[in-house]
Unconditional design. Sequence first.
Length: 161
Amino acid sequence: MARFLKIAIPVFLLGFIAGNAFWYLASPLWIDREVSEVLPAELVLTQVASGTFRDADRAHKGEGRVEILRTGSGAGLVRLTEFRVTNGPDLEVWLVAAANPQSSDDVKTSQWVSLGQLKGNVGDQTYAVPDGVDLSAYGSVVIWCEQFGVLFSPATLTHSS
């Protein structure tokens, strides 16, 4: 009986840890987090820039539109619409200075500012831009996996005149 416990307990613990790690890393592949945020109708907005999300590679896919907006009070907003991206752990929305990042290295070597955790990998959502950020200095919005340092989906911005 003692020998059985010496084998069973470590096997159980190893299985428990491996199962939880697998669930944490793999479950985003089949579980979507949907968001449906609506902007208040009374909000006065001016479009500063816009773009379209695209696939980063064969495994990390994205689609939808992004708009950089300025409110009447001067605050900046990033609005994602008709948005869908491959789900993953620890995804964030970043403004990136590089206009057309093709790889994770392009993002890492560029100036960037995080707008926070991605609220959902599907649906319309809005992110506040921190005060003092010069919106004209950024050429793209990217969905970034902070945990693994991987580009999931970039959107090159076209600035309005």
